[in-house]
Design a protein around this ligand. Sequence first.
Ligand SMILES: [Zn+2]
Length: 344
Amino acid sequence: MIERLQELGKEALQEIKEADTVKALDNVRVKYLGKKGPITEVLRGMGKLSAEERPKVGQKANEIREEIQKNIEAKTAELEEIALKEKLKEESIDVTLPGKEIKRGARHPLTAVVEEIEDIFIGLGFQVTEGPEVETDYYNFEALNLPPDHPARDMQDSFYVTNDMLLRTQTSPVQARTMEKHKGQGPVKIVCPGKVYRRDDDDATHSHQFMQIEGLYVDKNVRMSDLKGILEAFVKKYFGPERSIRLRPSFFPFTEPSVEVDVSCGICGGKGCRVCKNSGWIEVLGAGMVHPNVLEFSGFDSNEYSGFAFGMGVERFALLKYGIDDIRHFYTNDIRFLEQFKRA
Ligand SMILES: [Zn+2]
């Protein structure tokens, strides 16, 4: 019986040696140490042995079981280590490979234009001021010399939120609000950039939402020549020193007199071409001397103070600067369009 046990032990160790997976090892364990295994089988026949032999066989059986168990454990550890090494090898990272490029964003072209224009006016002594986009009828119209029945209101079809609240149609209410805060004391020298809203049908040159920058300078003895000088300095800085401006009479309810400002065409240099429709000039902004009523509405004595104001469309300045032909490109978030302005 002891011989049979030793034989079984040998067979088991051989099979453990040959097992090359954890699963195969488990099969060996079940085969030799399980309840239906050969060792258990041998032990069942112990009843036939003498009282003297019985403990010897029992002891031998335990020894062999322990040996098998130990060998299986050792081999399991060995196999697990091999498996781990292989896994590490597969998952190893070559740190010398080039990395993935991080995609860098850029400022939106309209933001870039706003910041450039702001910088120019800061250099001319202006402060940047902002205001609410949902505005009262009073600040959007009345304080700017546009009483409820004024016909010029028709030029700015609006999005009303309530009867007397609307999405501002212009950035001018910021001018009215700022003047009011100054309580009749000059100087006020600001530029106000921001989004404005009008009920326009969207096309290549119109959008229901667009951006404006307005400027206001109120002080004692501000003259029309100051307006012309500031605008000329701005245009030369923005478009280039070779460009000049031209003022044409116009009408705005909040300025008197009012002018349209043209800049000389950058393509033909003023000779006339397709871009300037053969006129040599391109219209870029509206301006004028602040209407006395607007000064009085905001608490300034119009006998003591005077001022000028101007307003421009940011999109138009971006179109002209970058040669873009459709305003809708600015709002459609097409990455192919936006990526062209990485260095703008
Ligand atoms: Zn031209």
